[in-house]
Structures are given as structure tokens and as C-alpha cells.
Design a binder for this molecule. Structure first.
Ligand code: PGA
Length: 251
């Protein structure tokens, strides 16, 4: 598909499922995953990470968290640090999802600290950016995403430690998606912002994935775009068949 960039299909289960339905879904996805030449990642609620990790242990699927703290340990009641995530087998963590930015007032600076803290534990950060509905309709989408990239992506980002997820906030869970032209423009622009930040070589290697109402029936044309290197999937990742069908659309 894309030179030197292995597609990544990530399921963000958000605050859904219980321990047995999470395990069942993981087993169903794992049964299919080995036939795909791409990275498949499951991000269950943190309380189920260990159980899901065991369920996918013998498959090629990767385990990821939905968030992490910006410190490795300390007096942060209720939080989970990157070394703890690494300890239970996480190779990735999402940081700066728009729901975290909104619900927990996470600024770009907090998101950057989380991304760096994940790196220090050997975890790849999936840094999320995206514009609001108002920003899209007023023509401010590019500026908004540029500001988020410049302030949320720490120095030293490269193909191994960082993935960018472009998720227009208005597309998340809404059933609406941008046009292929809009996605192509934004992903191309993000690649350009990354070049300014980390240089041509690193920027060319960093995967930029799309998220927001991605489904089996709309994924193929989006996944075929030159700077789209996979997807971050919420609702449609809760059904193994649908999630696997989206993975298939990358091939
Ligand atoms: P959605 O969520 O696929 O349900 O729109 C995507 C996300 O928020 O990561």
C-alpha cells in the first residue's frame, strides 16, 4: 500500500464491554488477525488490559491503552503510568483523544507530556488531533490541526515511537465522515507539519491514521489514500466481523 509504512488498524473500545465480552471479542479478532499483513491493535478499557492481553497472547495482535499519565509513578490517584501499561504488555497507547481533551481538560502540553512519558517506557504514542464542526465550517480546520500537531508532538517523534491519528471531532460517533478529498488534504498537510517538526526522514516514516465513523462500508476509499496509513476505530471495533472487514479494506 504505502512505501515503508505498515498499515495500523486500531480498535478503541472506549468505556464499553465487560471482562467476559472483552475477552470474547479479543479471541474472535485474534482468530482472524494472523492472515493480515498489517498491524492490528486492540485498546480495551485499562481494567481489562491483562485479560485481553492473555487472550491475544499467541496471535500477532498488539495491545494498547486508551490513555496514560505523564509521569512514571507518584501521587496521582486513579491514574495509570506508562511503565504499568508496559508491565501488562502494552506496546501502544492513545494520547490526546478528543474525548480526553474535552472530558479531562487535557491541553496540548499535557498530551505532549503523556506522549513523551509513554516513549520513556518503550510505548508508541498514538497522538490524536482533529478539528471541531465549527472549525471545519469556518475554514479553520487546517490551522487548528496545525496548532495541535505543533504543540502535542514532542521533539524526537519518529516512525517507531509515534503514530498520528487524525480524528475530526464532528465525525466521531456521528456517522458523518469527511470526503476523501478532505481527508487527503488533511493527511497531506499533517505530513507537511511533521516535516517542519522532525525533518523529512522521520516525517515520511510516521504513520498517520484516520478515525471518525470508519465502517466496513466506507473504509476502502479512505484507506487507499496516499497519506492514510490505517484507521482508529471506535464503534465498529466492537464487532469482530466489522472490525476485520475494515482491516481487509487496507489490503
Ligand atoms: P468512532 O470513534 O469510530 O465510533 O467514530 C473513533 C474514535 O473516537 O477513536
Amino acid at each position: 500500500m504505502k512505501p515503508n509504512r505498515r498499515p495500523l488498524i486500531a480498535g478503541n473500545w472506549k468505556m464499553n464491554l465487560n471482562s467476559s465480552t472483552a475477552e470474547k471479542l479479543a479471541i474472535e479478532v485474534a482468530a482472524q488477525a494472523d492472515k493480515f499483513d498489517l498491524d492490528i491493535l486492540l485498546c480495551p478499557p485499562s481494567i481489562y488490559l491483562e485479560r485481553v492481553g492473555k487472550a491475544i497472547n499467541t496471535s500477532t495482535i498488539h495491545l494498547g491503552a486508551q490513555d496514560c499519565h505523564g509521569n512514571p509513578n507518584g501521587a496521582h490517584t486513579g491514574d495509570i503510568s506508562p511503565p504499568m501499561l508496559r508491565d501488562v504488555g502494552c506496546e501502544y497507547t492513545i494520547v490526546g483523544h478528543s474525548e480526553r481533551r474535552a472530558d479531562h481538560v487535557e491541553t496540548n502540553q499535557i498530551v505532549a507530556a503523556k506522549a513523551e512519558s509513554a516513549w520513556a517506557a518503550g510505548i508508541t504514542s498514538i497522538i490524536c488531533v482533529g478539528e471541531t464542526d465549527d472549525e471545519r465550517s469556518s475554514g479553520a480546520a487546517l490551522n487548528s490541526v496545525s496548532a495541535q500537531i505543533h504543540s502535542s508532538v514532542p521533539d524526537g517523534a519518529d516512525a517507531k515511537n509515534t503514530v498520528i491519528a487524525y480524528e475530526p471531532i464532528w465525525a466521531i460517533g456521528s456517522g458523518k465522515t469527511p470526503t476523501t478529498t478532505e481527508v487527503a488534504q488533511m493527511h497531506g498537510a499533517i505530513r507537511g507539519f511533521l516535516k517542519q517538526l522532525v525533518g523529512e526522514k522521520s516525517a515520511q516514516g510516521i504513520r498517520i491514521i484516520y478515525g471518525g465513523s470508519l465502517k466496513a462500508n466506507n473504509a476502502r476509499p479512505l484507506m487507499a489514500l496516499a497519506d492514510v496509513d490505517g484507521g482508529l476505530i471506535g464503534g465498529a471495533s466492537l464487532t469482530a466481523l466489522e472490525f476485520i472487514a475494515i482491516a481487509e479494506s487496507c489490503l
